[in-house]
Design a protein around this ligand. Structure first.
Ligand SMILES: [Fe+2]
Length: 401
């Protein structure tokens, strides 16, 4: 592909630019951008893939952004007035073009698989099919099984791992394949508890626990959670889960047809709700900056924070009236507890449930007898980082950053 300089302006520092013609299309690059993103050895570390030049400290942005662009072979070359030379290949320029944006790599190949939301019917269909949620611990180090575990957690928000030895050690091993165990004041590694109130939280009782996400009183909420029932000699203690990505779609659909649901959506996505954990005097947690549903610019769920037990009694200085907030919360509560949106199943020794704590709500029915559950909180960033490495070839990824 040929490269041709069409225009360049060098009279004002930040405004300096060069326009080049590539493949019959024109692209504009500001010289400050080219200097900042110079690909030479002096400016960019090939092994760490980190920028070495610091344009904000290493050069005078008021005077040193003058450079003379030229074309040498198949490269755009900028000779800077301080003597440094930057070279950019056609491929690099096309990958990074921002005006107009080309983004060939990001749009066409660098994409995570899409998330798939589910209700009870879809969950049952998937669970009954032989291809889903049947990851065998005995093959957990095989690439195909590992890849499937990551895909299912990312796409559906949960998965199961079967035939796991009923032990803390095996639970730790599975946890560490998926991500890094997040230490908390409850435990620093795999937690293991019975209903003995050793920590002052309802989880440490035999009471029923309503649909919730964990750690809403933390800024760093756990990304994933992992449950492994070690033993239970009584009745009850079933797990219920619900996909908030699906519930959000239901709310958005209702909001598109009904003004009062539009208000509900507004409140759920904009009204910060306060959560606390004050059971222990030496660790008092509080977070009040986030709405129940954080969504992105496309209306997709980023994170749900919900636990009615941990909600504070404070509803002062709100964007909406208290009755409106209660109506929105009640509607949300109805949808997440609707039996067509949630599923209920017993945990079993030897089967691990892993789920996305930002997306999938969980609940527990009351139980009797002795019940011992272990599990872990896992960091989200490390899960996503490992998933990214499984999905994309390294070179492919590096071309897109
Ligand atoms: Fe929980």
């Amino acid at each position: 592909m040929s490269i041709e300089i069409v225009d360049s302006v060098e009279d004002k520092s930040f405004d300096n630019y060069v326009t080049i013609k590539l493949d019959d299309s024109l692209y504009l690059f500001h010289l400050v951008y080219l200097r900042d993103n110079c690909t030479s050895e002096k400016s960019f570390h090939e092994e760490t893939n980190q920028r070495l030049i610091d344009v904000f400290n290493d050069i005078d942005l008021e005077t040193d952004l003058n450079g003379t662009p030229s074309v040498e072979g198949n490269e755009l070359v900028v000779k800077w007035h301080d003597g440094h030379i930057s070279r950019f290949t056609v491929k690099w320029l096309l990958n990074h073009a921002y005006y107009p944006s080309k983004n060939i790599v990001k749009n066409e190949t660098i994409k995570f698989p899409s998330r798939i939301s589910w209700d009870k019917t879809r969950f049952c269909e998937l669970k009954q099919s032989k291809d889903h949620f049947k990851n065998d611990y005995n093959h957990i180090h095989d690439d195909i099984v590992k890849r499937n575990i990551f895909h299912e957690i990312y796409q559906y928000g949960f998965t199961f791992i079967e035939n796991v030895p009923v032990s803390i050690e095996a639970t730790k091993e599975v946890s560490e394949i998926i991500s890094i165990i997040r230490p908390t004041h409850y435990d620093t590694g795999v937690w293991d508890f019975t209903s003995d109130l050793s920590k002052k939280d309802t989880a440490y009782t035999s009471l029923a626990i309503d649909m919730h996400t964990d750690g809403n009183y933390w800024f760093e909420t756990p990304g994933l959670q992992l449950f492994h029932l070690l033993m239970h000699d009584g009745q009850g203690g079933e797990t219920r889960i619900c996909d908030v990505a699906h519930v959000l779609k239901l709310i958005q659909e209702k909001a598109s047809k009904d003004e009062s649901w539009q208000e509900t959506l507004e409140i759920l996505t904009n009204q910060p709700i306060e959560f606390h954990q004050s059971g222990e005097s030496e660790n008092v947690f509080f977070e009040n900056r986030y709405p129940i549903l954080q969504i992105d610019e496309n209306g997709e769920l980023i994170q749900c924070r919900w636990n009615t037990s941990d909600r504070t009694s404070m509803l002062k200085n709100n964007k909406f009236s208290v009755n409106e907030i209660y109506r929105a919360m009640a509607r949300f509560n109805d949808l997440i507890n609707d039996s067509s949106n949630s599923v209920r199943f017993p945990l079993a020794p030897g089967t691990i449930l892993v789920f996305d704590n930002w997306r999938v709500l969980h609940a527990r029915t009351a139980f009797n007898g002795k019940r011992r559950l272990c599990g872990s909180y896992l960091t989200r960033d490390d899960f996503i980082a490992r998933f990214r490495s499984l999905v994309f070839k390294r070179e492919q990824w590096l071309e897109s950053v």
